[in-house]
Design a protein around this ligand. Structure first.
Ligand SMILES: Nc1ncnc2c1ncn2[C@@H]1O[C@H](COP(=O)(O)OP(=O)(O)O)[C@@H](O)[C@H]1O
Ligand SMILES: [Mg+2]
Length: 244
């Protein structure tokens, strides 16, 4: 088995409200894979991603990124991670270019111009470089979020429900982009509540429900073992919504 770039052991998260969002989660994410974290709304996907990215504090457990603890060596581990958050978050009055330069600044990077050009080009956003955020369409905003996550050239990219609420065209573009990132050697962790999305993209799939990982398996094996019944397995854990 190849090298684990993210390693999670016995992770628990209890919010101040008393809600136990993660229960004894253990997972390894391997270099270069697309890992699909599948689960319904409220399962704990965002909580898990945010803890690994250092945005939310764990209650207990061990988490390392390239062997380093995500709290004790936050600067190192965060620099390895690009996070595309579920919610759109950028200043609507900055231009796309300014947004990306500012983001680079958070990582201590200067002279990000050429890299920004390259990223904008790969996301078909080059002609929007000078446009201010508020003038962009929803799909463009989402691509700017991805561009932001890539500015510091992270080795691991988390995409938190990148296609929730986007149209079919953009969904296909994003899938192409995710595959391209993998070809570039990046490790991708993708959360989704669409079974079809995990099936289309992921090399391995985990199902999380009510804070617990209930299944982790290589996709090919999962499909060989369960085939069409994969849908039924997912439905067993996710009774409260109809996968699209
Ligand atoms: N800041 C918070 N304080 C209290 N509860 C939270 C907070 N953030 C999320 N939760 C709760 O934790 C659970 C998991 O949420 P989340 O990780 O966002 O799930 P998902 O991303 O899978 O939809 C949900 O019940 C949610 O309401
Ligand atoms: Mg979420």
């Amino acid at each position: 088995m190849s090298e684990a770039v993210v390693s999670i052991r016995n992770l628990n998260k209890k919010y101040k409200t008393g809600l136990q969002a993660l229960k004894d989660v253990s997972l390894d994410i391997y270099r270069g894979e697309i890992f699909g974290l599948l689960g319904p709304n409220g399962a704990g996907k965002t909580t898990m991603i945010n803890i690994v990215a250092g945005l939310t504090r764990r209650t207990s457990g061990q988490i390392t990124v390239f062997g380093k603890d995500v709290d004790r060596e936050y600067r190192f581990t965060r620099s390895k991670i690009g996070l595309v958050q579920q919610e759109l978050s950028f200043d609507p009055f900055l231009s796309v270019e300014e947004t990306l330069r500012t983001q680079g600044g958070y990582f201590g990077l200067t002279n990000t111009g050429p890299r920004i050009e390259e990223i904008l080009k790969s996301l078909s956003l080059l002609d929007k470089k000078k446009a201010s955020g508020r003038t962009l369409s929803g799909g463009m905003k989402r691509r700017v979020m991805i561009a932001k996550a890539l500015v510091h050239d992270p080795e691991i990219v988390f995409l938190d429900e990148p296609t929730a609420g986007v149209d079919v065209q953009l969904r296909e573009n994003l899938w192409t982009l995710v595959r391209r990132m993998q070809e570039m050697g990046k490790t991708i962790i993708l959360t989704t509540h669409y079974l079809e999305e995990a099936e289309a993209l992921a090399n391995r799939i985990a199902i999380i429900n009510k804070g617990s990982i209930v299944l982790v398996e290589e996709k090919e094996k999962l499909l060989a073992d369960h085939g069409a019944r994969l849908h039924d397995i997912y439905r067993k854990y996710v009774q409260d919504e109809v996968p699209v």
